[in-house]
Design a protein around this ligand. Structure first.
Ligand code: AQP
Length: 327
């Protein structure tokens, strides 16, 4: 039996190179060896201020990009979270077995609320229990994510174990899977901050659908330092980020890359990073244009997946409701 993989991305903005290298590319690589379920987690995207029309358009763009990046519908289920209402039912049930203290330790919540804690929506605080529900609903074995989501997957494990101790062995306890390279791509305008869909700044991220000239410009303007040598030194955050992107896309070893760039300057490095980024993104953009030319294609893929997932969802929820005394 193949291991089941579940992962998702929020339609909270335009997909960027960090989302691609930290997540989607690894999902595509492992399609044949796993039983695959990928979601557009639109209910997570409403935990912060948002515009419903923009959300609707982001959902379709994200599904189109999932397909364009190589998530072939005959090898995986692709669906939108809000199309399966049991995600929120299970989230509520799990919220009732999750101690407040566990949620208070989540660093993403602290980063996102900053000083505005009193005004933040409760959903932002309980977001990790919805994520636990997403994962546990499908009896997932592995959750491939970028580094920033590792803490949430570990919390999911704790919730599953606590539930199983209290109500019987209902859930599979999932493992986070983090890529060795590309799991934390940083902003090009500020290499101390993670590249994010919702971060401001025209030259912060590389969007998968960005104009290719803009991508080149963003890379050429990337913040580095005033030193000379081109080496993988985590203390030189801007340089390290550019080299990590280059490494993730070429698949070369660090030593090989350092030898390649020995004696060259930052201008050369940036040009070559731009080349490998564009070589990866250009065909994705072309496929995206083809796939989205017929909007009914996406609707068909989403509806088929919901049909395929229905028996798994029904079986899990039946067991959960019985275990908790609702049946
Ligand atoms: N900078 C990154 N480098 C590598 N992986 C990343 N991921 C996100 N940013 C990077 C991974 O992409 C997946 C999707 O994440 P998400 O949409 O659920 O939320 P996020 O982690 O909060 O992503 P963003 O892009 O930063 O969105 P916003 O700005 O809305 O919060 C996850 O696997 C994540 O680890």
């Amino acid at each position: 039996m193949k291991k089941r993989v579940f992962s998702g991305i929020q339609p909270s903005g335009h997909l960027h190179l960090g989302n691609y290298l930290g997540s989607i590319r690894n999902w595509v690589r492992d399609l044949d060896s796993h039983d695959n379920i990928f979601c557009v987690v639109d209910q997570h995207a409403i935990t912060v201020d948002y515009d419903p029309a923009v959300l609707r358009s982001n959902v379709r763009e994200l599904v189109g990009l999932y397909l364009a990046c190589g998530l072939e519908p005959d090898k995986c289920c692709l669906f939108v979270q809000s199309h399966i209402p049991e995600h929120t039912e299970l989230a509520w049930l799990l919220t009732c077995v999750t101690p407040m203290g566990w949620l208070e330790r989540m660093t993403q919540f602290k980063d996102k609320v900053g000083a505005k804690r009193e005004r933040a929506g409760t959903g932002l605080f309980t977001y990790p229990t919805l994520m636990a529900a997403d994962i546990l609903l499908y009896r997932t074995h592995e959750v491939p994510v970028g580094n920033d989501q590792k803490q949430h997957v570990e919390l999911t494990r704790d919730i599953a174990e606590r539930f199983n101790r209290k109500f019987g062995e209902v859930f599979i306890v999932p493992e986070p899977v983090i890529a060795a390279v590309g799991a934390r791509i940083m902003g090009l305008d500020d290499p101390t901050a993670k590249m994010s869909k919702s971060a401001p700044g025209d030259h912060h991220s590389i969007g998968l659908l960005d104009d290719l000239k803009k991508i080149r410009k963003t890379i050429m303007r990337a913040v580095t330092d005033s030193e000379q040598s081109i080496v993988f030194d985590p203390a030189r955050a801007g340089l390290f980020n550019l080299l990590s992107i280059y490494q993730a896309l070429t698949g070369q070893e660090q030593a090989e890359i350092e030898t390649h760039f020995a004696g060259k300057g930052y201008g050369d490095l940036k040009k070559q990073v731009a080349e490998v980024v564009i070589a990866e993104i250009e065909p994705i953009q072309a496929r995206y244009r083809e796939l989205t030319a017929d909007p009914t294609y996406i609707d068909g893929v989403l509806a088929d997946s919901v049909d395929q997932l229905r028996p798994i969802v029904d079986a899990t929820m039946d067991e959960v409701r019985r275990a908790m005394g609702h049946r």
